[in-house]
Design a protein. Structure first.
Length: 166
């Protein structure tokens, strides 16, 4: 049985690459979540008018990796107190968020955010809630860092080894 969670962590290239390294993650796809515009393009999302967040669909095998472990690893890759900014990117599309489709995931997400807030010196800015919609991004964004290893990534490359260990 495969489960799915949607994670917005700034530029989706790095988040997708990082999540894909975790043992038990079976597939990833970059796209735009919670858009008020149907099937927006990257150019339209960048205008800030769609309210879409660059997001990664993460499919995983819960027998191999728990949702809580995925969230704990995700938290390593973001600045949870930053509003609409991760690394060198800024704008509403670069906000952080955890979006689920299975309501049974809500308690795990909520508990992880409570624990994260206890470790942070300021208020956390990570959205959470049910996924409203998800539109896959253009083909050239899919697996971008695999195809372009020198491409931009706001995630510290040392964290990739942590992801590989799960």
């Amino acid at each position: 049985m495969t489960k799915t969670i949607y994670l917005a962590g700034g530029c989706f290239w790095g988040t997708e690459h990082f999540m894909g390294l975790i043992p038990g993650v079976t597939a990833t796809e970059v796209g735009y979540a919670n858009s008020n515009t149907p099937d927006p393009s990257y150019q339209v999302v960048c205008t800030g008018t769609t309210d879409a967040a660059e997001t990664v669909r993460v499919d995983y095998d819960p027998e191999r990796v728990t949702l809580r472990r995925i969230l704990d690893l995700y938290f390593l890759t973001i600045d949870p107190t930053s509003v609409n900014r991760q690394g060198g990117d800024s704008g509403t599309q670069y906000r952080t968020g955890i979006y689920y489709t299975d309501p049974d995931d809500a308690p795990t997400v909520d508990a992880a955010l409570v624990d994260l807030a206890a470790r942070c010196s300021g208020p956390i800015a990570v959205e959470s809630g049910r996924l409203v919609n998800f539109y896959p991004a253009e083909k050239y964004h899919q697996g971008y860092l695999d195809a372009n290893p020198g491409g931009y990534c706001h995630i510290n490359p040392a964290l990739f080894d942590i992801a590989r260990r799960g």
